[in-house]
Design a protein around this ligand. Structure first.
Ligand code: NAP
Length: 259
């Protein structure tokens, strides 16, 4: 399917690896020029080079922490008149509800709620003026069904979800859509880190921890960054203009819901 977005320009935050990279690859395959970002420059430059070679699109890189005001300013400047925005950042650490203090919440809110909001506030006006835009926020299945040990993530991401629900309806008249993609477990470094934690605390191997988790998913496997990216690229396509303010689960059926 031709996604109809060849020649458009996208900012994909936190995209040297994992789900962000999956989104960047799928957009590049559709002919979209990219601004990529991550804190570490080695993996970022390798990813950028691989995407340029595979897809022949223009790829700029900005190595910085997107959760800081300085990092946001650098990335926003590089994004220029971006038509597509994919927000992403690392997730907060797991823990226990009774241990988190104010600073832990502020950090999580900064990374997973206020950072995507800052990017939307910066890029939405230009998209609205030009009459076309696409925003996809990478959130989590935890906004539909809480993951107790990820309480910081549950809190920050549901806050973002509430903001998007109203804002998406305000920008839709100008041809701009905002939607959230909710990953369940996907085979990335983040999943490895979570599985390592389980392996350590339960005295089992990481393979066993992974197999146990996969067995709880109706699809009986982890998702891939490639299939996540394909869903993102579709939401950014010309065909998705009537999909507004939605929260789309990509979790192999793991979240047990009727609607
Ligand atoms: P990942 O494989 O660890 O990749 C994270 C990417 O983001 C890397 O490129 C990393 O590069 C970059 N990054 C992290 N923090 C950053 C920051 N502050 N500023 C700029 N770049 C940053 O993670 P992932 O699995 O793709 O997860 C992406 C998001 O989805 C996370 O918020 C995660 O919590 C959420 N999520 C993931 C899953 C899953 O199963 N994978 C499930 C639910 C939710 P640098 O380290 O070099 O900065």
């Amino acid at each position: 399917m031709d996604l109809g977005i060849s020649g458009k320009r996208a900012l994909v935050c936190a995209s040297s690896k994992g789900l962000g990279r999956g989104c960047a690859e799928a957009l590049a395959a559709a002919g979209v020029d990219l601004v990529l970002n991550a804190r570490g420059s080695d993996a970022l430059e390798q990813t950028a080079a691989a995407i340029r070679e595979a897809h022949g699109v223009d790829v700029q890189t900005v190595a910085c922490d997107v959760t800081t005001p300085d990092g946001q300013a650098q990335v926003i400047e590089a994004a220029g008149a971006a038509d597509i925005l994919v927000t992403n950042a690392g997730g907060p650490p797991p823990g226990m509800w009774s241990d988190w203090d104010r600073e832990d919440f502020i950090k999580a809110l900064d990374a997973n709620m206020l950072t995507p909001i800052a990017f939307m506030k910066a890029l939405l006006p230009g998209m609205m003026e030009r009459g076309w835009g696409r925003v996809v926020n990478i959130t989590s299945q935890s906004v539909r069904s809480p993951i107790a040990v990820l309480g910081l993530s549950n809190a920050a991401r549901t806050g973002l979800t509430g903001y998007v629900a109203g804002t998406a309806r305000q920008v839709a008249p100008n041809g701009v859509t905002i939607n959230n993609l909710l990953p369940g477990i996907h085979a990335t470094d983040r999943a490895d880190a979570l599985d390592s934690g389980v392996a350590k605390s339960e005295g089992i191997s990481i393979d066993e921890a992974r197999d146990r988790r996969a067995a709880t998913i109706p699809a009986r496997r982890y998702g891939t960054a490639e299939e996540f990216g394909a869903a993102c690229a579709f939401l950014c396509s010309q065909h998705a203009g009537f999909i507004v303010g939605q929260n789309i689960l990509l979790d192999g059926g793991a979240t047990n819901l009727t609607v």
